[in-house]
Design a protein around this ligand. Structure first.
Ligand code: TXA
Ligand code: MG
Length: 319
């Protein structure tokens, strides 16, 4: 069975209805594809955990259409969180705030906070808007991959990853390749200053410029963020960082690095943006080709490069 659907006005409306009927709808965002469900319905949310194979105490991000959703889903919103929302929404930024009664335990993993994001993708936004038009409040969506695996950045990747776990009535909206290619920056906004829980395309510097506050570093053991487990974002192939690739290995490296003889070049990005956009597809390709080993030369620099290195270190982590 194929779950893929193009994004005509009609199919987006059908997808919103499917969500209302407790089905799952995978949809494109500018970061990665999400596996969506009605954020107020515990049965629909239970299916997300089943399909992902994810522990049920890990919280989900609620995707909303605009800043209006902030007041519905959260409370005691500090001024600096308003600045962040104003400056970066719609965009690759998730704000963690004190939850309202709308955000129940099955969304927050029992925590007193909720993660909220307005995605910058026309298909995602029109899906959320259609869903709200028929009485929905928000779409809960983790990345549309099995727990611990690489996030999908195309609809085909979602289908390869999840089709065997989906059911009749579930859908995958095809909105092309995700432009950014890395998951959103997550900022905890429950303290006196913003605390970055996950690095992404919205950088610490951008957060400081927006809020006038110094962004703090997270303490991963204090809060459950599944992306902050040591091993995550991993293909089946073994990932080795910053070593010399040998014949038969896959290679992901900036375009000025030549490909040694017999090495399979998976990506040769010419900018840091292209590096982020192609990374997960390149790791997937390694598995499709049945490679045992992928060598990745990490990009230098801060901002998006630091976010890329964060993911690479987790995908290379061996327990
Ligand atoms: O770019 C993204 O954020 C994508 C797209 C689909 O929006 N979503 C995504 O979701 O990456 P997910 O579930 O794969 O990763 C979200 C992370 C998880 O590690 C989760 O633990 C954390 O956000 N999270 C969600 N709510 C939280 C909360 N209230 N407090 C702390 N962490 C939270
Ligand atoms: Mg994820």
């Amino acid at each position: 069975m194929s779950f893929l659907s193009l994004c005509s006005t009609e199919s987006i409306r059908d997808a919103a209805l499917a969500l209302k009927n407790r089905h799952l709808v995978a949809f494109p965002t500018e970061t990665v594809y999400g596996l969506g469900a009605d954020a107020t319905n515990s049965e629909a949310i239970a299916r997300i955990y089943e399909v992902k194979g994810r522990p049920s105490d890990h919280p989900l991000i609620v995707h909303i259409a605009s800043m209006n959703g902030l007041g519905e889903w959260s409370r005691e919103i500090p001024e600096y969180a308003i600045s962040l929302a104003r400056d970066f929404w719609p965009g690759p930024l998730t704000l963690v705030l004190k939850r309202s009664e709308l955000a129940q335990d099955f969304i927050t993993g029992g925590q007193a906070t909720v993660g909220l994001r307005v995605p910058a993708h026309p298909v995602a936004l029109s899906l959320i808007n259609e869903f709200i038009a028929i009485g929905g409040k928000g779409i809960a969506a983790p990345s549309a991959n099995r727990f611990g695996a690489v996030s999908p950045t195309t609809a085909t990747a979602v289908e390869e990853e999840l089709a065997t776990y989906l059911q009749s009535g579930d859908l995958i909206l095809d909105g092309g390749q995700s432009l950014i290619g890395l998951e959103s920056t997550i900022v905890d906004c429950t303290g006196p200053a913003p605390m970055i829980l996950r690095l992404g395309a919205i950088t610490p510097l951008m957060i400081e410029e927006s809020t006038g506050l110094v962004a703090l570093e997270s303490n991963p053991s204090a809060i459950r963020v599944s992306g902050s487990l040591n091993s995550h974002y991993s293909p089946k192939a073994k990932v080795l960082l910053d070593v010399v690739a040998e014949a038969g290995d896959g290679l992901i490296a900036p375009d000025q690095i030549p490909t040694p003889n017999g090495v399979i070049r998976l990506s040769a990005p010419s900018s840091i943006e292209q590096y982020a956009r192609e990374l997960y597809q390149a790791l997937r390709k390694a598995d499709q080709l049945g490679l045992n080993l992928v060598v990745v030369l990490q990009p230098g620099g801060d901002g998006l490069a630091a976010a890329i290195r964060d993911r690479l270190q987790r995908s290379a982590f061996v327990e």
